[in-house]
Design a binder for this molecule. Structure first.
Ligand code: FDA
Length: 401
């Protein structure tokens, strides 16, 4: 390939959210920047994100919305490049957007708008981008007064001063996700916090699936709890198990064998509500009054699951109604597993942040090497937080690399 640059001040591997943002920031500082990606096009995850409308940030982004073995790590970058900075960039490019719910900002049109924004910023900063480029090996340049890296690729050899790893996590391998970033980190002596699929649907065993075979596509608002996590969002029944925002969020807290608890009528004290209903309409059947809270299909499912028959409310004693209300209120289950990286939105764990500068994202093991975005052990909640981390960590590295 004749036009393949043999030298760059900054070489970025990964043309996703973090890589493109970092490229634009470094390029605007006057650094010559080359971005390489093995996929056939840039920003594939951005394109598929937010159901095609990219939930590009969250109005309420704060360090508490992120998991990491080192919860303080994300604070500096998030404080120096905030959601308001990214919103200003979106507005500068005239991209229409709206808040959907809970501070989640989505494009009015298509995710493509965000990829175009990043590419326009990169063009302005004279960034060079090459796709379909396999990275073969990385060698640090050693010797008196020398620094940098020699990177061997399928398109040619590049020498760079700074090397930024922006290859993301393991989720959705069909979109180009690889463990490349972790391999590079290990090559330079970094520790990797064990990875696992997160923001991912739960799978249930065959028996449980048979019980809910009428329900796929049905959703309801729940409070989902597991360990330290509590989320009030929608839960969705699927052919494989359970999904929806509440389930995706709580999956990041779940570990094999642990129970997950769902309050199926958040904000309603079901035992008390049922006794009120009995006072008002004693002749009504249990399933009829419950249909004021849940769809008929769900009422039937929750009654069957608890082995409850439906009788006129006047036929329940105080104690019996308390018991029925308590059983219906809470559903505790142990998921069989998750759908894994095939459908997970993100990867928990990654490059140990105790060995990376929280100011610049530079490795403390190898001068000139940077890690940004999802490859690091920083994972956001559902709702635009993961992109905000990509922008913020990329901005921090782009200002130094
Ligand atoms: P990202 O994955 O974006 O980019 C990594 C790049 O590196 C890719 O272009 C890849 O091809 C390249 N690469 C990987 N291995 C390589 C190798 N060996 N050699 C060369 N290149 C390599 N977040 C959010 O905040 N709001 C949302 O709406 C959504 N929605 C969403 C939907 C779905 C279906 C998924 C899977 C994920 C989301 N996310 C999200 C999460 C979000 O997409 C994710 O956190 C960011 O894209 C991470 O940005 P990075 O730049 O770190 O990695």
């Amino acid at each position: 390939m004749t036009d393949f640059p043999a030298q760059a001040d900054v070489l970025i591997i990964g043309a996703g959210a973090a890589g493109l943002m970092c490229a634009a920031v470094a390029g605007k500082r006057g650094r010559s920047v080359l971005v390489l990606d093995h996929a056939n096009k840039v920003g594939k995850k951005i394109l598929m994100s937010g159901g095609g409308r990219c939930n590009f940030t969250n109005l309420y982004t704060a360090p508490d919305n992120f998991y990491s073995e080192n919860p303080h790590f994300c604070k500096s970058a998030l404080a120096r490049y905030t959601q308001w900075d990214f919103i200003a960039l979106v507005e500068k490019h005239g991209i229409p957007y709206h808040e959907k719910t809970l501070g989640q900002l989505f494009c009015d049109n298509k995710s493509r708008d965000i990829v175009d924004l990043l590419l326009a910023e990169c063009r302005e900063a004279k960034v060079q981008i090459r796709t379909r480029c396999e990275i073969q090996r990385i060698e640090p340049i050693a010797g008196e007064g020398k620094k940098g890296f020699e990177v061997h690729t399928a398109l040619g050899r590049v020498v760079c001063e700074s090397l930024v790893i922006a290859t993301g996590g393991l989720s959705i391998p069909t979109m180009g996700a690889t463990g490349f970033g972790y391999e590079v980190a290990r090559q330079f002596g970094h520790n990797i916090i064990p990875t696992r699929a997160a923001l991912v649907p739960f799978t249930l065993n065959k028996r449980a699936l048979a019980r809910q075979q009428e329900l796929p596509g049905t959703s309801l608002a729940v409070n989902a709890s597991c360990d330290q996590g509590h989320f009030h969002e929608q839960m969705l029944f699927t052919h494989k198990g359970l999904s929806g925002p509440a389930v995706l969020q709580i999956s990041s807290y779940w570990r094999e064998g642990k129970p997950v608890e769902f309050d199926l009528a958040p904000g309603v004290d079901l035992p008390e509500w049922l006794s009120e209903q009995r006072g008002k309409k004693p002749e009504s059947f249990l399933h009829t009054v419950l249909a004021e809270i849940w769809s008929k299909k769900l009422v039937q499912f929750f009654l069957q699951r608890n082995g409850l028959e439906s009788k006129p409310l006047k036929q329940y004693s105080d104690n019996a109604l308390q018991d029925v209300g308590a059983k219906l209120q809470t559903w505790t289950l142990v998921p069989e597993g998750t759908e894994g990286y095939r459908t997970a939105e993100v990867t928990l764990g990654g490059v140990d942040t105790n060995e990376v500068s929280s100011r610049s994202m530079e490795s403390q093991k190898q001068s000139g090497l940077y890690f940004i975005g999802e490859v690091l052990d920083v994972t956001g909640w559902l709702g635009g937080f993961n992109f905000q981390w990509a922008w913020a960590s990329a901005h921090a590295a782009g200002g130094e690399a």
